[in-house]
Write a protein that binds this ligand. Sequence first.
Ligand code: RVP
Length: 497
Amino acid sequence: MAIIYPEVSRTFSEFLLLPNLTTRDCTPDKIDLTTPLVKFSKDENPPMKLNIPIVSAIMQSVSNDTLAIALARCGGLSFIYCSQPIESQAEMVRKVKKHKSGFVVSDSNVSPNQTLRDVLAIKEKTGHSTIAVTDDGTANGKLLGIITSRDYRLSRDPLDKKVADFMTPFKDLVVGRLGITLSEANDIIWENKLNCLPIVDDEQRLHYLVFRKDYDDHKANPEQLMDSKKRLMVGAGINTWDYKERVPELVKAEVDVLCVDSSDGFTEFQRDTIRYVKENFPEIKIGGGNVVDKEGFMFLVESGADFVKVGIGGGSICITREQKGIGRGQASAVIEVAKARDEYFEKTGIYIPICSDGGIVHDYHIVLALAMGADFVMMGRYFARFDESPTKKVKRGNNYVKEYWGEGSNRARNWQRYDLGGNSNLKFEEGVDSYVPYAGKLKDNLEVTLTKIRATMSSCGARNIKELYQKARLVVVSSTSIIEGGAHDVILKESDY
Ligand code: RVP
């Protein structure tokens, strides 16, 4: 007969934290959010750490190079999605590694033969009004001019007006030479009252744009997650079928860490993938997942995983539980796997970080996940809402929304992940295609989230994540007390928020 577990499968919203004594050395400004990313033994420091306990999901609608740069600058890490050709994924990794704070690779480019109509379409898509004109319309072509909104008048200019006829041509531009420092670029910007300084090489090829505001930005990001060469760190997802071709290219692109992307990690395919990486690239760290119990965790640890991702079916766009009846409440999964991680550490002296993946709806859920034993959390929906995510921003009614779709949706066409071993069509979907409310810049939102995390940890009397594990006291809430937790028995005034 099947084993039937007596415990109920629970999720984050069913728990609350009880406050502990907050001491003077535990105010929000003193709280340390650093956390280990990969395996370490008890007598060494973790070889890789995050400065904040947050990573972004391995998803087409979430983690591209733009989001990875924005998140690493705030101290977290992105795993660039693998449901794309190997070369384009490696290129995204390369772009993050090449990113120099303040030096931006232009994402809005046209060729001189294109028209004002094209310029407006690009502006709509990227939200950027500075557009580079290059001979081949790419970000690294020969720079021929720049267009800003001061170069055209929508009320007068026909939409088929050629770019060459209204751009500010190269001869009238102030440019910087490749190799100059950010502070030199900034001096040129101020001396010439510019908003944007293109950086070109000796052949006039465009490399970067430096914007006036970026210099301050750079100074305002003290927690940036950097490698030993002071470059931003970035991760990448891999799958269990083309890893022999994909991994070498990602390693060449100097990826910092890999993670196998699978809804169910308790498989022989996953073990083979991790073993291949460990045998062929022993210096590369690799996470595995997803699992929801001790058995799955131990399987991945024994396969060689450097961290383990926890969660099946809790993602906001995920319908795996409905479709396959597989999964577990995210809280129950994290609690059991964290216990297994601690037992393993007790026994062997080796600590394997775990990541709670999916199902974070409120900011306090992050602290709950940490209190339950997660070392860091992975989020998709949260990041899809921001300017930096790769998806389209569209207007619905009076509000802006952004698109967000699951990797198991038809749209993502990520067959093999959800159709194990299959190579033809997706037989059924495990994810939906949706919208999420647009929320603006990643940094502004993340700052609020981190402030709330620190405030909650301060109430729990925990100065760091390790102390939170030791001190947190959690209670299960009844459905009636959940209602009590929101605004109730009042008539809410209309609000724009
Ligand atoms: P959320 O943050 O709740 O949006 O969840 C994101 C997580 O959902 C991802 O990291 C992944 O584990 C899972 N996911 C992604 N696609 C799908 C799907 O199509 N079912 N699920």
